[in-house]
Design a protein around this ligand. Sequence first.
Ligand code: ADP
Length: 360
Amino acid sequence: MKIKIMSIISDDSTDFKKVDINSKNPVTKPETLDCDRNFENCIRPKSFDAYIGQSALKETLKITIAAAKKREQPLDHLLFYGPPGLGKTTLAGVIAEQMGVEIKITSAPALERPRDIIGILMSLQGGEILFIDEIHRLNKVAEEILYPAMEDFFLDMTTGKAQTVKTLRIPLPKFTLIGATTKAGALSGPLRDRFGIIHRLEFYTDDELAQVVKRTAGILNIDIDEGGAYAIASRSRGTPRIANRLVKRVADFALVKADGKITKPVANDALDTLKIDKCGLDTTDRGLLKLIIEKYNGGPVGIETLAAALGEDVRTLEDVCEPYLLQAGLLQRTPRGRKVTQSAYEHLGYKNYTAQQNLF
Ligand code: ADP
């Protein structure tokens, strides 16, 4: 499978998402990624076997792919949603690999002008996969262009002005759109309805993440034992991207401070030094919880107020910090704002939830 590059996407979290292609664009020629230049692409699983966890979703997809192949038809359009780093882009690549087709990857913010989306749609070959990340951020015009393209494989265009205006229907090859979003709720109804398959990606268990850690360490030739793998896994917030990032950081630590091997004590030492606690919370997460406890009596408090007080972007708090804090039962979302739970008080070492509440 070749991945072609066309534009750099704002999200720094997925290096290999520097993609997509409009081969008619003379400025940015397609380019194939290689391992030396792109480590992220090397550790990214390319098959269902290497793709760890998400077993229910994988089973559904295997059947859908087998059926599409039997019918010799492209796959239905798919929408994956869930917090960043859970493997949405990776899964789209695995699907392309299984279907034996190319994948073109872009992100909604890179499709600002109508010509961006028209260009990419017109560059597609039959059966190819178009992956649009952060699809909830598509603007109205791009969405309107996508509707007939997704439904009937046509581009509806208008030319001329006023009385001379003409509409053109340009046929497109049949393709599959895979959309990914961290906010399924922010997608417009008409766009959501055009996806045949909609799936949520779940956080990973410690066992699954330990497998991710061992797999990545194996590819990078890093010496790690079972205890070391689990120590990293348990502090990775249920997220493979974080697990992979921590493997590299802990490996540096092991090389400089130990004999190069990642064992449980070495991993725990390294993660403590990196200020990642037993729950996988970093300084931003703890700062958010502490702020709610100490300044807002445990909440509820609005997300904008929290973002301003922490000097963070609302989107970072909503998309990166919150999902795991909610899942871990440390934070609650209420109609009046965010509230911390008793577990958050306990985790951060505040003596007594009720006493603390009465204190304020
Ligand atoms: P998303 O698109 O959901 O933000 P990505 O697909 O970019 O997440 O995944 C981030 C990184 O995590 C990838 O580089 C990949 O190596 C790793 N990863 C994600 N899902 C899995 C998985 N199921 N098994 C192994 N590694 C994974």
